[in-house]
Write a protein that binds this ligand. Structure first.
Ligand code: A3P
Length: 290
């Protein structure tokens, strides 16, 4: 495996890597002018930080029907990807409130979002768990480069040569520009430790009042165990051209500190030498293990 040779990715002008047969640089450019409504809600994440989990929470909060199991709309259709319109939806004419998910950095999202129209929920996860989750995911995600040697992925991750670029720049960018956005920051770890508290924070931010019963249902349906079996929420309905389901599950472990099972001490130290100092500038309280 060649450290920085990519067969499946295209690079945008600012070094941002994206899977090239899922979207195009032109489409990403065009998003700059995408008109935002005040009622739009975006989940923004670096890949493997709890995106699908947050997508499902949004879907549960907004769509009563999704909770009672009587209909079968996939989370991906409830809360589609801004930059990967894989089901060719009409985003412009979609009824409000429009819910979206994105892995884009703050500087590539629609201009209107930066003018405090629409809401953004940014979910961050401790980056050692992110890189390990990415490593396992790269085996089943057909649009990602499969990387069999963790060392190679680690070097790519530290150099910002994975999809969505540098983790530090992604989170740092969104955080530094937080005043430009109507934004709520959450961590995977706080969701894991207190899912109900996190759902309440999201509801408050969105101005949604749920009854105790509704809240209970959202929290229950968003638990790892329930999502693991909920085909609408666990990406098992994704076509094989995206996810090679036989190779593993999108909902893999969903824990804090699993990086220890993949990273060696030397790799962890290498990670720290590049990231730990810089991470001190971020106010996030990541939990590294439990
Ligand atoms: P692991 O690979 O560590 O298990 P993303 O959606 O951003 O790609 O992130 C995927 C990660 O979120 C995976 O982590 C997945 O298991 C985890 N995840 C998804 N739903 C979850 C849930 N309800 N509770 C805990 N973790 C969840």
């Amino acid at each position: 495996e060649n450290l920085f040779h990519f067969a499946k990715y295209a690079t945008l002008a600012d070094g941002f890597l994206l899977p090239k047969d899922v979207t195009t640089a032109e489409y990403i450019d065009s998003l700059e002018d995408f008109e935002i409504r005040d009622s739009d809600v975006f989940v923004a994440t670096f890949p493997k930080s709890g995106t699908v989990w947050s997508q499902n929470i949004l879907s549960l909060i907004y769509h009563e029907g999704h909770r009672d199991g009587t209909e079968n709309i996939n989370v991906i259709d409830r809360v589609p990807w801004l930059e990967y319109n894989i089901n060719n939806m009409d985003y412009v004419n979609r009824p409000s409130p429009r819910l979206f998910v994105t892995h884009l950095p703050h500087n590539l999202v629609p201009r209107d979002l930066r003018n405090r129209r629409g809401k953004v929920i940014y979910v961050a996860r401790n980056p050692k768990d992110v890189v390990v989750s990415y490593f396992h995911y790269s085996r089943l995600a057909a649009k990602l480069e499969t990387i069999s040697d963790f060392n190679i992925l680690l070097e790519r991750f530290l150099a910002g040569k994975v999809v969505s670029g540098s983790w530090l720049d992604h989170i740092g960018g969104w955080f530094t520009h937080r005043d430009d956005f109507n934004i709520l920051f959450l961590t995977f770890e706080e969701m894991k430790k207190d899912l109900r508290g996190a759902v309440l924070k999201i509801c408050k931010f969105l101005g949604k009042q749920l009854t105790e019963n509704e809240l209970d249902t959202v929290v229950e349906m968003a638990s790892f165990d329930n999502m693991k079996w909920d085909a609408r929420a666990n990406y098992e309905n994704m076509p094989e051209s995206f996810l090679e389901q036989g190779k593993g599950h999108f909902l893999r472990k969903g824990t804090i500190g699993d990086w220890k099972n993949t990273m060696t001490v030397a790799q962890s130290e290498r990670f720290d030498s590049v990231f730990k100092e810089k991470m001190k500038e971020l106010p996030f309280k990541f939990i590294w293990d439990i």
